[in-house]
Design a protein around this ligand. Structure first.
Ligand code: ADP
Ligand code: ADP
Length: 227
């Protein structure tokens, strides 16, 4: 079953001399439970694609369907509820709320949705991310790597159907990077989540079921992992 379908997606920024065709007629589908990695050079359109799938921006044309629902057809309010319930986003810049500690940042999407958090699962995530001793720290009291792991914890805390991760290991050393990829994989397998991850590292990309290459706004299927 397709959880996600991207059809004829185009995104243009700017006008005249400054016009950039960031995505050129991109189409692909993703099944529930799949782990997709996206690789490609800087400026090729990877973040633009992820932001559109996460409904953080509107396309110039084309559609994104999640679980059969056309996300750009929703009203703004409906869309923010949808995003909170279904999408976990790991931003390159973390986007942690500076006034909230690690644990509060992780709980935020669940509490905003007026749901009861599974504190056992939050504790488990904190342990797996090596953040238990930092749970009451504010983002500015953490190292870059710890902030990145906190952002991953926040994306996973509500067990969203789709996890979108933009360079989730960009600020981690190789051991921590491997741990984070293993955690993401474990999480998606355990909860049948779908993971779409941008990475610069071909070695990390090969952990995925399928690899999509982006070059100059064009997406190509590069195959999957060897089994
Ligand atoms: P990547 O994530 O692969 O590095 P991006 O999706 O960030 O690539 O960018 C794709 C292209 O779109 C680049 O040429 C970039 O300069 C341009 N771009 C991205 N965001 C904006 C924006 N907000 N305004 C104008 N141009 C943008
Ligand atoms: P940096 O931002 O400098 O890369 P790190 O993310 O490497 O920081 O980690 C900062 C601190 O957190 C270090 O003391 C490290 O030992 C500890 N740490 C990092 N990853 C883990 C983990 N997975 N489990 C437990 N502790 C960790």
């Amino acid at each position: 079953m397709n959880i996600l379908s991207v059809q004829n997606l185009c995104k243009t920024y700017g006008e005249g001399e400054a016009r950039v065709e960031a995505l050129k007629n991109v189409s692909f589908s993703v099944s529930k439970g799949e782990f997709i990695s996206i690789i490609g050079p800087s400026g090729s359109g990877k973040s633009t694609l992820l932001n559109l799938i996460g409904a953080l921006d509107y396309p110039t044309s084309g559609t994104v369907t999640v679980d059969g629902k056309d996300i750009f057809g929703m009203k703004e309010e409906e869309l923010s509820v949808f995003r909170r319930r279904n999408i976990g986003f790991v931003f390159q810049t973390y986007n942690l709320v500076p006034e909230l500690n690690v644990e509060e940042n992780m709980l935020l999407p669940i509490l905003l949705d007026q749901r009861k958090p599974d504190m056992g699962y939050i504790q488990e995530l904190l342990d797996m991310l090596g953040l238990t001793a930092r749970r009451h720290h504010l983002p500015h009291q953490l190292s870059g790597g710890q902030q990145q792991r906190a952002a991953i914890g926040r994306a996973l805390a509500a067990r969203p159907a789709i996890v979108l991760a933009d360079e989730p290991t960009g600020n981690l050393d190789s051991k921590n990077s491997r741990d984070v990829i293993a955690l993401l994989r474990l999480s998606v397998e355990r909860y049948s989540q779908t993971l779409i991850m941008i990475t610069h590292n071909p070695g990390f990309a090969s952990n995925a079921d399928r690899v999509l290459g982006v070059e100059d706004g064009v997406v190509t299927e590069l195959g999957g992992a060897c089994v």
